[in-house]
Design a binder for this molecule. Structure first.
Ligand code: SF4
Length: 236
């Protein structure tokens, strides 16, 4: 388990809960617009300072009764084989767990849910499922069927969850969102659009890309809202 960072407090990353965010290094995707190259690219990961687990758990013990939840974020947390044991230790301290995932490991998602180790899941939907872009992002044998399995698991399971997409100009079209809505939509589904910010990105070419106008995202939301329980532009 490579703990690459800790955000000590957040009011916005875990719906309805005061939480901290722990960042685990390593990812099986290579989204060119990703802001977290230091958590994704092996050459950058090795030059990251690593937080010892002891330091992290000491921090949590000090925050018992103050923080309600822990957001487990990456990179992609589910590539860590010892994730269940890691979460179990956090759970024993009485914290709620939110898992942020790209949906590439449906089996681990199911195991964590069966073991009652996760309380909320935020799954990234990158683009429409038939898009070549999705295939190009995935590494290490991940397939679109893995992603579809995670979507079905969340939609049909008992966990509280949301889907979300970072909307990137030059990558996404309005059509993509209609296809996404038909794929992931449901009366129990919350879906949020987050506008891309032109910050440091894995592919530096994306740093020059202008975000979409907010009106464009609102137009999409208006069009696809009927497919969802809740659909909004977030953090715009
Ligand atoms: S899945 Fe997330 S962390 Fe991994 S490359 Fe894509 S945006 Fe970055």
């Amino acid at each position: 388990m490579f703990i690459a960072g800790l955000q000590r407090t957040t009011l916005i990353d875990y719906p309805g809960k005061l939480a901290c965010v722990v960042f685990l290094a390593g990812c099986n995707f290579r989204c060119p617009w990703c802001y977290s190259s230091e958590l994704v690219l092996p050459l950058k990961i090795v030059s990251q300072p690593k937080m010892e687990e002891k330091e992290f758990f000491d921090f949590l013990r000090e925050r018992q009764g103050l923080l309600e939840g822990v957001v487990i974020c990456g990179g992609e947390p589910t590539i860590n084989k010892d994730l269940p044991q890691f979460i179990e230790k956090i759970k024993k301290l009485g914290f709620f767990i939110k898992l942020d995932t790209n949906g590439s490991n449906p089996k681990i998602l199911q195991d964590l849910a069966d073991l009652k180790l996760i309380d909320y899941v935020a799954m990234d939907i990158k683009i429409s499922p038939d898009s070549q872009v999705y295939k190009d992002l995935m590494t290490e044998g991940v397939t679109i069927d893995n992603i579809k399995e995670s979507v079905e698991f969340l939609k049909n399971g008992k966990l509280d969850f949301e889907f979300r997409t970072t909307v990137v100009n030059t990558v996404h079209t309005k059509d993509d969102f209609v296809k996404i809505a038909k794929w992931i939509g449901g009366t129990n589904v919350k879906y949020y659009l987050q506008n891309f910010r032109a910050e440091k990105t894995i592919d530096p070419a994306f740093e020059k890309i202008e975000p979409f106008k907010l009106d464009f995202l609102k137009e999409i939301v208006k069009k696809i809202s009927p497919y969802f329980k809740d659909c909004q532009v977030r953090n715009a």
